[in-house]
Design a protein around this ligand. Structure first.
Ligand SMILES: [Zn+2]
Length: 420
């Protein structure tokens, strides 16, 4: 069955799994080591997370994305997907447009790239367009400032399928396998919930609210709508929840019955956050559109950082998009909080006890957990807390938060074959 993704284009995987064929294709090709980010994005491209992109963008597409928020052919696209390399490497290796090379990651061949262009970019202009700022403190600007000065464009073919390690393997869905899974569950609608957190009750209610919004018009006989928890797996900073705990904690909400398996699925996407606020919200929508979701939940300050964006800028940007430029609908969510008068977790659009409200504070909950104290079940499910402690022992070197040891010695998310 044909699967249609972003831009109305068929999703096609660009992956060769036959080792003999791979060896034949890469024999004699020059090998170029790439970064973790480039490896993750090569994998994303190959499996169609970035469909209709077939490879890393050329200069004209990057400029079009910056200026018009579309690729040259008019497809909505908010953030350039680029491969940077050191200028000296391009020069020393004599790389040329028209040449095919092997991208390697951790000393193993990962993908073939057919170079279509070698170019440079005005990084300041890039930052201003994507982030709306060139402030050197913005984490996205910091990331772009670290990019090398030369960029390669060209189509990608994955030649080494990543093997996701426990616990990641059970949560790994590509756009095509996710669509199969949704068909199996009988879902006609699905709402994506992006996360980088172990869920507290505020997150739980964000998901529940988004599900109500998505499911409201559906017939009562069957549960044909689901929540797709789509965790972002990428580089970590000290103090973040460890990746394993995020996925297992989200799954625990289902295992402990807070969500039915019939309406809930935990998954992840590999992506290095840019913190580009509204523009990044659109990219997240595109990725989940390719995964087959019909709706995408956006909470307060989605993909934002500091005070660079207004708390609901990422909601508003969808209002101005040309009709039919996205096949996924935003579900705009305000705040869930705890209210002692209502005696429950409630919604900012409903509860009128503004002077009594107790907003969820991720920072406060983290500090309680840091002390290994179990928060009350109204704000943090005890089963999730227990899973967090198990993850701390099993994966986190004693802590559910990233520490130096974890950042240095953590288990890899995926491994690659040596192709022998
Ligand atoms: Zn109230």
């Amino acid at each position: 069955m044909t699967q249609i993704g972003h831009g109305g284009k068929t999703i096609s995987e660009r992956v060769i799994t036959d080792v003999a064929q791979v060896k034949k294709r890469i024999g004699g090709l020059l090998q170029l080591p790439i970064s973790g980010r480039a490896a993750r994005e090569s994998i994303d491209i190959a499996y169609g997370f970035f469909s209709p992109l077939k490879g890393f963008m050329g200069k004209a597409d990057v400029e079009s994305v910056c200026e018009n928020m579309t690729t040259q052919d008019g497809t909505l696209w908010p953030i350039p997907i680029v491969l940077d390399v050191e200028s000296s490497v391009v020069k020393d290796a004599g790389l040329k447009s028209g040449q095919s090379i092997v991208l390697t990651f951790q000393h193993v061949p990962l993908a073939i790239m057919d170079i279509s262009e070698i170019y440079s970019l005005d990084k300041m202009q890039l930052q201003q367009s994507v982030f709306g700022t060139t402030d050197a403190k913005h984490p996205g600007v910091i990331m772009y400032n670290k990019l090398n000065d030369t960029f390669l464009a060209g189509e990608i073919t994955l030649i080494n399928s990543p093997v996701f390690q426990p616990p990641y393997g059970q949560f790994w869905y590509t756009p095509l396998t996710m669509r199969e899974k949704m068909a199996e569950k009988g879902w006609k609608r699905s709402v994506a919930h992006q996360t980088r957190n172990v869920p507290h009750s505020g997150h739980e209610w964000l998901m529940k609210g988004a599900w109500f919004s998505t499911h409201g018009e559906m017939p009562v006989e069957k549960l044909e709508s689901g929540i797709v928890v789509s965790a972002i797996i990428g580089p970590k900073r000290a103090g973040d929840y460890i990746d394993e705990a995020i996925l297992i904690g989200q799954q625990t909400l289902q295992d402990a019955g807070y969500f039915r398996p019939a309406t809930h699925l935990v998954s992840f996407v590999m992506w290095d956050m840019r913190y580009a606020g509204p523009r990044e919200a659109i990219l997240h929508a595109i990725i989940r559109e390719n995964l087959g979701c019909t709706h995408h939940m956006f909470g307060r300050d989605h993909a934002g950082v500091g005070t660079y964006y207004g708390p609901y800028d990422a909601h508003r940007i969808f209002d101005g998009l040309p009709e039919n430029s996205l096949r996924i609908k935003p579900v705009r969510v305000l705040e869930w909080w705890y209210c002692p008068v209502c005696g429950e977790v409630t919604y900012s659009g409903l509860c009128g006890h503004d002077d009594k409200k107790q907003p969820f504070s991720g920072t406060l909950i983290r500090s309680i957990i840091q002390d290994k104290v179990k928060p009350t079940r109204l704000i943090f499910r005890p089963e999730v807390f227990d899973s967090l402690m198990r993850c701390a022992d099993e994966y986190g070197f004693g802590s559910p938060f990233c520490n130096e040891t974890y950042l240095e010695k953590r288990q890899p998310v995926f491994t690659l074959s040596t192709l022998d």
